[in-house]
Design a protein around this ligand. Structure first.
Ligand code: URA
Length: 208
């Protein structure tokens, strides 16, 4: 099991701005996009490259380029969209899938309401994105569903994680590494991350 804390000073600074309750919707979205690019930079560090022959204005050279199939980015709706948009800025050719889950109010079991992923995910590495790893319930359910498509590999990327969510996720998916910009203290009684940043979806879309 691995949890990688990506705590570059730029990320820490931007995350602190995002946490502040008076940060506007526009600023929150902008900061999430910027942090997502920085997360993507670290998470894709092990992408394979191959040498190709090119010509500079002065000479020929063998220069590295990404090799293999493009990544698949999977957004867990709806808050995953913020990370997805930022990562697509950096990797515009990535393939994209979406998964939507809601929590049954009676059983509390996540129920799938939307699922669409590229047909050839089996040949691609997959990054599953959701800003908040809180209880871990939806991330765990999403990754079980995505494993049915047999992607080449899966990484889970979030902005904030609670220790409870990390433990839950890893007990179910010890083979899927987690990348996060911060690990906060704990969950409150409603499943929100403390100190956290509130409801990421509401703050991103201005729905509250
Ligand atoms: N989802 C959020 O948006 N915020 C939390 O703190 C926990 C889950």
């Amino acid at each position: 099991m691995t949890v990688t804390l990506i705590d570059h000073p730029l990320i820490q600074h931007k995350l602190t701005l995002m946490r502040q309750k008076d940060t506007s919707t526009a600023k929150f979205r902008q900061l999430l996009g910027e942090i997502s690019m920085l997360l993507a930079y670290e998470v894709t560090r092990d992408m394979p490259t191959e040498k190709v022959e090119i010509e500079t204005p002065l000479s020929k050279m063998d220069a590295p380029m990404l090799s293999g199939k493009k990544l698949t980015l999977i957004s867990i709706m709806r808050a995953g969209q913020g990370i997805l948009d930022g990562m697509l800025e950096l990797m515009p050719s990535a393939r994209v899938g979406h998964i939507g889950l809601y929590r049954d109010p009676r059983t509390h079991i996540p129920v799938e309401y939307y699922f669409k992923v590229p047909v050839d995910v089996a040949e691609r590495d997959m990054l599953v994105v959701d800003p908040m790893l809180a209880t871990g319930n939806s991330a765990v359910a999403a990754v079980y569903r995505l494993k049915e498509t047999r992607p080449h590999s899966i990484k889970f990327v979030c902005l904030l994680a609670a220790p409870e969510g990390i433990e839950h996720f890893h007990s179910e998916h010890p083979d899927v590494p987690i990348f996060t910009a911060a690990i906060d203290k704990k969950l409150d009684e409603h499943g929100y991350i403390l100190p956290g940043l509130g409801d990421a979806g509401d703050r991103m879309f201005g729905t509250k």
